[in-house]
Ligand binder design. Structure first.
Ligand code: EPZ
Length: 417
């Protein structure tokens, strides 16, 4: 599919099931390089980024088989090479986490600057500093880094900024590095705990996950243990906003509301209404939403990946809201597309916008600039008057499985062409 055509104004109803977490499965696939035994992974979302990561694993010599929808086996017994395929790696920020396992297994890796969403610079200075802290040498070439590690040993390392993939990459490197590694100022995301719980199941010795200090005792070898990917909390939150925006009652099933506490508290603050079950959220139609300021923050703060849907929600709220995303410098530029559709959003600087609402939205032809802004433009199309055409949908299909089919099922007038 190259674009979506959306007819706005329909009420939605029924149930939409949340798929497996993109930002866990990509790291588990990378973590398979630490093993020389086959494992089976269940509840894998069938999305572009997963297919790309699988291609990279195969280019490195790993064996990956699709058993059924959402179920894959991976075996990295024979790794052929240490160079991440530049073309593939450039399209996927998460490919950077492969550098940890490759360094641990093969003692050398060539990293090109990873790609992914154009939401900011996406530097990798802390990855390189962490590798050097554990005894590796890094040399820079024109558009890549060569990292060599004749002798790795456990060490102390502090992240000068909280980094999700930085934390995951150094945990995976330290897992097979002799000695004790202490990582400080780590990220606390639930997906990191999911990765660590699986690695410990495979025989790793990692403690402190979910806290800023993680201690890893290096082990010789890991055993292959299967796992099921947790539901995607970002997808769940996005669907909650979809229900509120369309003033619909939809059931978002197979999700973990306890991973969305701050998000749900913020939605409640706007006057949004919902019912929470053990593994579902049921949205309730409300007539009026209140303008509410938002600042994103590392977990357990409000997730930057749910900033765009909240920004859209505030265009339909009564009053003035300030949205502040200090984490990335390129995550608010999509608001000019919302303005083209009728919103009233003023950009103060790359990290902050002011929204005056409510404003009716009108269908337009807009291109998806990145994954989370892209899905937000789909939600905007669902409430805009007339037809909205969304281009660059590959950006959206990197992270959302069968989006058109799932939205059609709950009554959305959307089709792919
Ligand atoms: C992960 O990106 C997620 N991606 C992002 O989700 C998410 O937005 C982000 O964490 C924050 O929660 C994956 O897990 C694949 P960071 P990551 O390192 O790890 C700076 C999505 O939509 N930094 O936590 O790349 C960096 O520039 C994606 O699913 C350095 O300065 O983000 C940023 O300002 C988008 N030096 C801040 O840290 C470094 O060496 C946090 O970035 C590394 C990062």
């Amino acid at each position: 599919m190259t674009q979506y055509l959306i007819e706005g104004g329909s009420k939605l109803s029924g149930e939409i099931e949340v798929k497996g977490a993109k930002n866990l499965v990509l790291k588990v696939l990378a973590g398979c390089l630490l093993l020389d035994e086959e494992i089976t992974i269940d509840n894998v979302p069938e999305i572009g980024d997963v297919l790309k990561m699988i291609e990279i694993l195969k280019s490195l010599g790993a064996k990956v088989e699709k058993i059924s929808h959402g179920q894959y086996t991976v075996c990295a017994k024979n790794l052929a090479q240490t160079q991440l395929d530049t073309k593939l790696a450039q399209g996927l920020r998460a490919s950077i986490v492969l550098s940890g396992p490759l360094l641990a297994r093969l003692k050398e890796v060539k990293i090109t600057k990873p790609g992914g969403c154009p939401i900011g610079q996406r530097p990798i200075d802390m990855f390189l500093a962490g590798f050097e802290a554990l005894g590796a040498e890094t040399t820079e070439e024109e558009n890549s880094f060569i990292v060599k590690a004749k002798k790795l040993r456990g060490a102390n390392f502090i992240f000068t900024r909280v980094s999700v993939t930085g934390t995951e990459t150094l945990i995976m490197l330290a897992t097979l590095t002799p000695g004790k590694t202490v990582l400080k100022n780590c990220a606390l995301e639930p997906e990191i705990s999911g990765l660590v719980n699986w690695l410990n199941n495979c025989g790793a010795k990692i403690s402190g996950t979910g806290t800023p200090t993680i201690i890893i005792e290096g082990v010789e070898k890991l055993k292959g243990r299967n796992l099921t990917i947790m539901p995607d909390r970002i997808e769940a939150g996005t669907f909650v906003v979809m229900g509120l925006l369309t003033e619909s009652s939809i059931k978002i099933s197979n999700c973990e509301p306890h991973c969305l506490e701050i998000f749900l508290a913020m939605v409640k603050k706007t006057g949004g209404s919902f019912e929470i079950g053990s593994n579902y959220i049921l949205t309730k139609p409300v007539k009026k939403l209140k303008a509410t300021d938002l600042i994103t923050h590392e977990y357990p703060g409000y997730p930057t990946d749910l900033q765009a849907p909240f920004t859209l929600l505030m265009t339909q709220a009564e009053g003035t809201s300030l949205i502040h995303d200090p984490i990335f410098e390129g995550r608010l530029f999509f608001t000019d597309k919302l303005n083209q559709m009728g919103a009233n959003i003023i950009m103060c600087d790359p990290h902050r916008v002011i929204i005056n609402g409510p404003t009716p939205l009108f269908g337009k032809k807009v291109d998806s600039p990145d994954l989370r802004a892209g899905i937000t433009l789909v939600l905007a199309g669902l409430i805009a008057e007339g037809q909205t055409t969304i281009g660059n949908v590959y950006q959206i299909e990197r992270g959302y499985e069968n989006l058109v089919g799932r939205l059609q099922q709950i009554g959305a007038k959307i089709k792919g062409t």
